[in-house]
Design a protein around this ligand. Structure first.
Ligand code: DAT
Ligand code: MG
Length: 152
């Protein structure tokens, strides 16, 4: 089933010059970018994005971190994209993330764990609306025609 997920390369990823490498992983897997932007996040957007964590002790620090420097927001599409992307991202606490995952290869600290990805269909829909209120794109790539088209 074709799905769309919201992925953020957090400020640490931009500061560490890892944007291209992280995007490459998704492209190499066969996933399709349908939205992409670099933005300086407002406090309001960061708070809404992480509203589910508003009561956690780390929330103020998390909002401060997310607004500290520009980040990259992406809408990513593909077969089972939500689960596939979460698996590629790896465990929240990078020291528990498996090697081969983005966090397992490129991160060490939970407060700066490099990347966010939607964790389910409902959150994906809400997060895509939050980060891409202008909408995302629909287009066909050549690779879709021969490699990804259902039934070949
Ligand atoms: P995930 O980003 O894997 O969905 P989450 O939703 O549980 O993880 O937490 C959201 C973010 O909050 C996480 O990416 C980093 C931060 N965070 C979570 N637990 C934390 C902690 N114990 N200390 C500091 N930051 C934390
Ligand atoms: Mg989460």
């Amino acid at each position: 089933m074709t799905e769309r997920s919201l992925v953020l390369i957090k400020p640490d990823g931009v500061q560490r010059l890892l944007v291209g490498r992280v995007i490459s992983r998704f492209e190499e897997r066969g996933l399709k970018l349908v939205g992409l932007k670099l933005l300086q996040v407002s406090r309001e957007l960061a708070e809404r994005h992480y509203a589910v964590h508003a009561d956690k002790p780390f929330f103020p620090g998390l909002v401060a971190f997310m607004t500290s420097s520009p980040l990259v927001a992406m809408a990513i599409e593909g077969p089972n994209a939500i689960g596939v992307v979460r698996t590629m991202v790896g465990a929240t606490r990078p020291w528990e993330a498996a090697p081969g995952t983005i966090r397992g290869d490129l991160a060490l600290e939970v407060a700066q764990n490099l990347i966010h990805a939607s964790d389910g269909a409902e959150t994906a829909e809400a997060e895509l609306a939050l980060w891409f209120p202008e909408g995302t794109l629909a287009y066909t790539r050549e690779i879709d025609r021969w490699a990804l088209a259902p039934g070949g």
